[in-house]
Design a protein around this ligand. Structure first.
Ligand SMILES: [Zn+2]
Ligand SMILES: [Zn+2]
Length: 361
């Protein structure tokens, strides 16, 4: 039977979010209803509220979540009722040309639940990234649920559903950071610090954090930065060369999405090194680089989507590392809040200084 729960909705562009009654349909074929236990507040949620993603208001926000599968629809074999899961926003199809090539992490045809959740009056909701987890329960495609060890606390586990996975994956999947590599990370917010953490667990020998905020640089050290550069005070390219015997780093990760910092990343890598772009640029931005430098330096310029993660492979592995005390996920949780405090969390986010506010239900 369809049920009603409370959730956080962005009703109109730029307006504060509000608590609304949400209708959750029973799961149809291939779908699951998940009782949410925790959900992190991500910049993307704020972006939806600002109308920066699309105009399909109202949005049911929230997408970095962990919870328990409450019911499943016909044909679901990925999870069973009672499973403790992290939600992901890329349920792979298994059929597209990338999946068929054995690279489901790049699936070109990921999917969400077919049915819509609605407001009390029947208005269809657009769930953020096809999830919508600032809500007591949500309806997703079963492939969006990845079972993990229930010993991991939900407020920590849920973070792997988006920003933290994007950063860790930018280092270990896209950048292929490995033992002894030198790494520079530009931008020390949630994603940048996760890239630092990812580089640390991969065995990087030097991890150079670049930011314009000394407090953020200090925090970056707690995730494993071995050197820090305030790029307002010193030229980061020169500093990074200085820390690496004049050579530059093996992997430079840009976690901001600005042309200037991309250029710094480009010039701060060693010959045959890799640049990874995980920051999200605005559509109007352009970048200009000397063509000969692109050729002459060799190596790879890559972009990282959701950390090129495969949830079924990466979430359980990272949760296991966390439970062994080898992965610092707790450091990303700045505070835990109630469901009705999301708007306030957006304000704190805009002020900086908060990695993640996490709603605990
Ligand atoms: Zn596919
Ligand atoms: Zn996110």
């Amino acid at each position: 039977m369809a049920q009603q729960v409370q959730g956080v909705v962005a009703m109109a562009k730029g307006e504060p979010v509000s608590m609304q009654t949400i209708n959750i349909p029973d799961p149809g074929p291939g779908e699951a209803v998940v009782a949410i236990q925790a959900c992190g507040v991500c910049h993307t949620d704020l972006h939806y509220r600002e109308g920066g993603i699309n105009d399909e208001f109202p949005f049911l926000l929230g997408h970095e979540a962990a919870g328990v599968v409450e019911s499943i629809g016909e044909g679901v074999n990925q999870v069973v009722v009672g499973d403790y899961v992290i939600l992901n926003w890329r349920a792979v199809c298994g059929q597209c040309r990338s999946c068929l090539k054995g690279k489901p992490q790049y699936c070109f045809n990921t999917h969400n639940a077919a049915q819509k959740m609605t407001l009390e009056d029947g208005t269809e909701l657009s769930p953020a990234l096809g999830i919508g987890a600032f809500c007591e329960k949500t309806l997703v495609a079963a492939g969006q649920c990845t079972k993990v060890d229930r010993d991991a606390k939900p407020e920590v586990a849920g973070l792997l559903g988006c920003g933290v996975m994007a950063g860790i994956g930018a280092a270990i999947n896209t950048g292929e950071v490995s033992r002894g590599d030198t790494v520079a990370v530009f931008g020390c917010g949630g994603v940048g610090n996760a890239a630092i953490e990812g580089s640390r667990i991969a065995g990087a020998s030097k991890i150079i954090a670049v930011d314009i905020d000394d407090a953020k640089l200090e925090l970056a050290k707690s995730f494993g930065a071995t050197h820090t550069v305030n790029s307002l005070e010193t030229d980061p390219v020169e500093s990074i060369r200085g820390f690496t015997d004049g050579n530059g780093v093996d992997v430079a990760i840009e976690a901001i999405g600005l042309p200037q910092t991309y250029e710094q990343a480009f010039y701060s890598r060693d010959l045959a090194g890799t640049v990874v772009l995980v920051g999200v640029p605005h559509p109007e931005m352009k970048i200009e680089l000397p063509y000969i430098e692109l050729f002459g330096r060799g190596g790879a310029l890559k972009s990282s989507w959701y950390g090129d993660c495969l949830p079924s492979r990466d979430f359980p592995m990272l949760i296991d590392l966390y439970l062994q005390g080898r992965l610092n996920l707790e450091g990303f949780v700045s505070e835990t809040i109630e469901l009705d405090a999301v708007e306030e969390a957006f304000r704190k986010m805009e002020g900086g200084g908060v990695l993640r506010s996490v709603v605990v239900l």
